[in-house]
Design a protein around this ligand. Sequence first.
Ligand code: SF4
Length: 704
Amino acid sequence: MTQRLHTCMLCEAVCGLTVEMDGASIGRVRGDPDDPFSQGHICPKAAAIVDVQGDPARILEPQRRQGDRWQSVSWDEALEEAGQRLAEVQRKHGRNAVGVYIGNPTVHSYSALLATPFFNRAMGTRSRFSATSVDQLPHMLAALEMFGHQVLLPVPDVDRTHFFLMLGANPVASNGSLMTAGGISRRLEELRKRGGKLVVVDPRRTETAEIADQHLAIRPGTDALLLLALLYVIFEEQRANLRHLAALTDGLDLLREIAGRFPPERVAERTAISSLAIWELGRAFASAPSAVAYGRVGACTQQFGGLAAWLVVALNAVTGNLDREGGFMFTTPAADLVALATRTGDRGHFGRWRSRVRGLPEFGGELPAATLAEEIDTEGDGRIRALVTFAGNPVLSTPNGARLERALSRLDYRVSIDLYRNETTRHADLILPTSFGFERDHYDLAFYALSVRNVARYVKPLVPRPPGVRGDFETLLDLALSVRRHGGGRKGAAAGVTLRAARMLGERRLLDLMLRFGPHRLSLRKLEQNPHGIDLGPLRPHLVARLGGRRMQLAPAVFLRDLDRLTATLSKPATNGLVLIGRRALRSNNSWMHNSLRLVKGPPGCVLLMHPEDAAARGLGPDGRVRVTSRVGSVEVPVALSDEVMKGVVSLPHGWGHARDGAALSVAAAHAGASLNDLTDDHSVDSLSGNAAFNGIPVTVTRA
Ligand code: SF4
């Protein structure tokens, strides 16, 4: 038995792992106590990496559909067919007739992250979608509009702060998001030990709220109103102080004037938080030695997600907590995507074009995922007729999945790159397998850039890939090359030369170059010599350098234009109907790990939480099954009554709904649950950013 090192690639916490190996066979997986960052922390999901990697349901050779059957084909044959069919669609109907959907696991693979820009550029389609617009897009929009760069995202300095205000975030269950912080529970405990305070704002008393000093239950979709009222308190009490950023910031007076329209007394009823509590929270935040406000999924995947994301940054900035120890800080990652994108002139963009059917804005070259179904099923020039999905299951993870599922059957051709035949890839004509887990080397390109401490760790593969499986980088680039060979994709020799050059260089060499030219002048060799990882020190203030001569915008016009829409909600009559919010569980990783028995066994995970008084008002008993119905669909689920959700709110976790014929996930099917996204509405978006609004969906609940 030998001990080998790896890194968990499942979530943003990036925990170091120690893996017991007996020859090529993988034994127990534990946390690596010598990882300077995660310090031995892991969660129950880490042990399931081997379940996915060795899952008998995993696709290990390219699969072609033959009616209802699937047939193994060679890689040459598969790439030839996919290239030819995608190119044919592009030649006949234009480049945008091929859509591309990139799923969330892509960000956990540096190989995929480095390949996708080459792939997208070579395909030349504007019909691009990803998990960004069902998740963190509003935060990226705030970064673009305020700092001039869409991936210049501040993170909470959790290890040094004295006051942590969380809106719509539940890191005790999620392990942190847009905040890489292995062992977040320990870090929050230490915050409290040093006399700091944790306040959680959420419609549900979440696992994080349970350990907080204060939980404020907020009506879903009203975080922007609360944040404006907190700014009102700061300005009213003359506590605004931008510190070193004052000289390079525009918009302070405008922000003061806007916040002046939202006194706590005006928003209290709508937010369901008393004006007194808002005044006290504003004062406590502003007077703490250091403080950080942080908003996550609950605050940004809602109808005013863009405004909420902007106001979170604004609150930190105005109280002097932006770019300050213990506040909202910027990382200095060893492989610096911000610097690379700045050098290549790609800081990001927003609204340069709009979606064909609904006119929603592009962001960073991608259209909102909430428009994917209608872009397929609405006739007209530019209709999507073929689709490539990569590591994605949008039928379960994007709003109104049932509509998308119907739309998929209208496509002329579908190719999916995935581990599994899941609820989306079962509609494919061709599935290309990909590597996973300990078969891969790993450097966390995305999440070291969002880490609460500067760290770097690179690990080599522990086992070889199965012979019929290829890596992300080569698959994406070979597919793009095949499309070009057949006359599809972007025209011009340059795109082909770039693709071939990247393919020859390979992802490992590209990563090495990024490390060598990065701020810490590291290399893969140096990281290999330090297999537990290298601690590059605490975050340090450096926004001024990051702005590179630009000015920070505290009141960007795109957000100001959306304020009337928010203000209008204040005069809407209250209803006594129910609204639906999502939920995350520690043992569940979106939709794609439910075929691991160790993660799904035990009591059912997909249960509707409902306040006892709401149940009583509808004549519902303490348990049993209920029917939940929204504008777009209806599901039947078990119900549990609990005052952990506020009155008027029901909560269902996402990622479930595995009872669809044709998917080859027998364990998941036996623990199917219902899909939250058979209830969420593709027409419920944040109309400013185009991001999906999963939270705050009106529903009815009746006895099943
Ligand atoms: S917290 Fe995240 S990174 Fe750490 S072991 Fe669990 S899933 Fe893996």
